[in-house]
Design a protein around this ligand. Structure first.
Ligand code: NAP
Length: 283
């Protein structure tokens, strides 16, 4: 299979590494010429260019995966669509963006054989140097089904080939669900870090930094990630993220009120509910 990857960063570079390792011909397009050189040097791609027009000189793609930051996905598709039409008219296009409703609607308007996807995998790193093999192994990948079952099947096969388990879901439902389990954690984790950093007493802050261990490392991980991705995610999923933040504040207040009033049995019950519910989310 010939695969085109646009945006050779953490996700695009990692996907390219895995696909190429499985014998596919992979070409890439990325904004920065150095990124393209690095992608070739680490053998993530067979060919790469910073020029979208280069599609004309690359092998016709069976599938193209848009792996740029969220705000570039539709502009990039708009820019390459005429070249794809000419050189890979049968190509299926997908993306990896963490918000789906607007991208699927816009993507299908630009390229009818577009089906959105979102691999639930990542690290705090970004860029081609962060690309790693097997990033998607044993991870879930949301795929928004296309009206043409063959398009959906091709996108599912792509993700399954790199070890992911596909979960088909409607774009709107996806955005509502990830608002709570993916986007809200970034906001909560960032506010936790900022709260620690804003401890007013410098000596206590320094002591807190010195004592912070695995618990703080775990809970602060997603809040310490790429700020640009976090902003784009909030912009792209604003309505559902605001609803999730409001629901979270209510729950936080419930816990706070129990502590304030010394209702320790109620607090323990809430913590027990959280402990029991955690298994359904993470196991
Ligand atoms: P990233 O490491 O920053 O990679 C994105 C790459 O896209 C950049 O390295 C940049 O490459 C390239 N790029 C930017 N604008 C471009 C343009 N106009 N044309 C071509 N290439 C362009 O980010 P990422 O973490 O891989 O995220 C990429 C996408 O994956 C986002 O849409 C995000 O929502 C989604 N996603 C991320 C995660 C995660 O945890 N990180 C998880 C799931 C999905 P240059 O070096 O060439 O500038």
């Amino acid at each position: 299979m010939n695969v085109g990857i646009i945006g050779l960063g953490l996700i695009g570079g990692s996907l390219a590494l895995d696909l190429r390792a499985r014998g596919h011909y992979v070409w890439g397009i990325s904004r920065n010429p150095d990124t393209c050189e690095t992608a070739i040097a680490i053998e993530a791609v067979d060919a790469a260019s910073h020029d979208a027009m280069a599609i004309a000189t690359l092998r016709p793609a069976d599938i193209v995966v848009l792996c740029t930051p969220l705000d570039a996905i539709l502009p990039v598709l708009a820019a390459i669509a005429p070249h794809l039409q000419q050189h890979s008219p049968a190509a299926i296009v997908t993306d990896v963006g963490s918000v789906k409703a607007a991208i699927v609607a816009g993507g299908q308007a630009l390229w009818p054989r577009f089906a959105g996807s979102h691999p639930m995998a990542g690290t705090e790193q970004s860029g081609i140097h962060a690309a790693i093999s097997d990033l998607f192994r044993d991870r879930l990948c949301a795929v928004v089904p296309h009206a043409d079952a063959a398009v959906t099947a091709a996108v599912k096969t792509l993700w399954e080939s790199v070890g992911a388990t596909v979960c088909e879901c409607d774009a709107e439902a996806h955005d509502r669900a990830v608002a709570t389990i993916s986007h809200l954690p970034v906001v909560v984790s960032a506010s936790l870090i900022l709260t620690g950093d804003r401890i007013p007493d410098p000596q206590i802050r320094q002591l807190a930094q010195g004592l912070a261990s695995s618990g703080f490392r775990d809970t602060s991980r997603v809040g310490g990630g790429n700020p640009e991705l976090g902003r784009l995610m909030a912009e792209g999923n604003r309505t559902h993220l605001l609803a999730a933040i409001d629901a979270y504040r209510l729950t936080l207040d419930e816990l706070r009120d129990a502590i304030y009033a010394g209702r320790w049995t109620e607090l323990q019950t809430l913590l027990q509910l959280a402990r029991d519910a955690r298994a359904a989310f993470v196991e």
